[in-house]
Design a protein around this ligand. Structure first.
Ligand SMILES: [Cu+2]
Length: 480
């Protein structure tokens, strides 16, 4: 999905994105008949959930469930503060939930069963209405539990970009591209594909003194990778001109894997994390991005040639995770040169601003019960698998400090719904002013975040890896 622009914001709706406008549905109970109501306001967007085929490359066609026959789904672009109506038509045989990731919306429209959002019934429809905020790179995706069915929830093609444009954004770029990272044809395996070998310099403050000798269980693995709907080399290249500033809006829409991306011969100037501008934009050679996360980066096209933007792991890139970046009037094979060794560190984008003292600190300890060969790992939050009755309670207006203790040997992207948090500390390194909704807590690592409880309603917290959340790695916050 590539949008060109001359550096101006172009809030666009519905039809200009190739979406259908349809009359609004009746507002009564779910499972209601589908006839339109003449007096209803037309929806700004309509998403149709249905089986579809994705041609990842010539003769590589997979079948999945998608939104409006597109992968990623249609770009939903809106203005900050806009009242938005999205009609979702579910043409499958199972209830579905569409979650608006990173938006401040009430629990009833957040698209989460555990928060009490009603489902989009099988062969039925549901209207979601919300105010578009906060501004930035958001996204939408299925929030259905999949358990052992690797053809449901985020294992499918049900994901898309949701862009909320701010009137205050200067938009200094020549081209804007939306790039979603994905794997396809998931299967279970004892290989944990995405874990990087630990750096001897890693602090691992949560590493137990006695190692756990039990054998790990199955994790989700994949043979095919893509950026958007194409494997490397199969789609149109990203065409650029020398001197252009290209804004890349990166999304990891994977159900399972953390990815690391580099663009040979270029650096990424990271300007926003999870859609929120960072206080200290920095150039990096490699971007690490976990399921659920977004990174906005500007690339100055100052090295003419034909290059590969791709996963730094050879296996993932050769299995498709990449896109060719082609300067005008250049010909020949696309080049890959491994980036300099580098570690992703959120804190370089932060500030040294002081943190107001929290009203309360909540410690959250995450542990794995290894599944052994052929079994699934289960996950504990403070000693228990989901659900936790009345354990996590917010009082409106109070400032909370959440301390995430990852006592497992793999990294987890932890996500909180309907709220944003400020990163305070990562493995002992202090930082400030980095606002996120998903944070990678490294293996045996610790992250501390501050959050103001200002969005009453049930609020789900979970690891964004589908298998982990489905097998215990979730908690529900309530407001007192
Ligand atoms: Cu996890």
């Amino acid at each position: 999905m590539i949008a060109t622009g001359a550096g101006k914001l172009r809030p666009v709706l519905g039809e200009s994105q190739g979406l259908q406008r349809v009359p609004g549905p009746p507002q009564h109970a779910m499972g209601a008949p589908l006839e339109p109501r003449a007096s209803g306001r037309a929806a700004d967007f309509t998403l149709q959930i249905a089986p579809m085929l994705v041609e990842l490359a010539p003769q590589v066609v997979i079948s999945t469930i998608g939104y409006s026959n597109k992968v990623p789904g249609p770009l939903l672009r809106m203005r900050e503060g806009q009242h938005v109506t999205v009609d979702v038509v579910n043409e499958t045989d199972v209830p579905e939930y569409v979650h608006w990731h990173g938006l401040f919306v009430p629990s009833e429209v957040d698209g989460v069963e555990e928060e009490g959002t009603p489902p989009v019934p099988p062969h039925g429809r549901r209207r979601y209405q919300f105010v578009a905020r906060p501004a930035g790179s958001r996204w939408y995706h299925s929030h259905t539990a999949a358990m052992m069915d690797l053809h449901r929830g985020t294992y499918t093609g049900q994901f898309g970009f949701l862009m909320i444009d701010s009137a205050a954004d200067p938009g200094r770029y020549d081209q804007e591209v939306f790039l979603a990272l994905r794997e396809w044809e998931y299967f279970l395996s004892t290989v944990d594909q995405d874990e990087m070998p630990p750096d001897p310099k890693d602090l691992m403050p949560e590493k137990p003194t006695k190692p756990d000798l039990r054998q790990d269980g199955l994790e989700v693995n994949a043979p095919l990778y893509s950026i958007n709907d194409k494997i490397l080399g199969a789609g149109d290249p990203l065409r650029v001109q020398p001197g252009q500033r290209v804004l890349m809006r990166l999304l990891n829409a994977s159900a399972a894997q953390i990815h690391r991306l580099a663009l040979s011969g270029h650096k990424f100037q990271v300007i926003a994390l999870d859609g929120n501008p960072v206080p200290t934009p920095q150039p990096v050679d490699v971007i690490e991005i976990a399921p659920g996360e977004r990174v906005d980066a500007i690339v100055e096209m100052n090295n003419p040639g034909i290059w590969i933007l791709g996963e730094i792991r050879d296996g993932a890139r050769q299995a498709g995770m990449g896109i060719v970046v082609e300067y005008g009037n250049r010909q020949g094979p696309a080049q890959w040169t491994p980036p300099p060794r580098s570690r992703w560190d959120y804190t370089i984008f932060g500030s040294a601003a002081p943190h107001p003292a929290p009203d309360q600190t909540i410690d959250m300890v995450f542990e794995k019960i290894p599944g052994g060969p052929g079994g699934i790992n289960h996950w504990l939050v403070n000693g228990k698998e989901y659900p936790h009755d009345g354990e996590f309670v917010f009082r409106q207006g109070l400032r909370y400090r959440l301390v995430f203790h990852n006592r497992s040997n793999d990294s987890h992207p932890l996500h909180i719904h309907r709220h944003m948090f400020e990163l305070v500390e990562l493995n002992g390194k202090p930082t400030a002013s980095i606002m996120k909704d998903t944070v990678i807590v490294p293996a045996f690592g610790r992250a501390t975040v501050d959050l103001v409880a200002d969005h009453p309603g049930l609020t789900l917290f979970h690891c964004h890896m589908q298998l982990h959340m489905d097998f215990g790695f979730m908690a529900l916050f309530r407001y007192a």
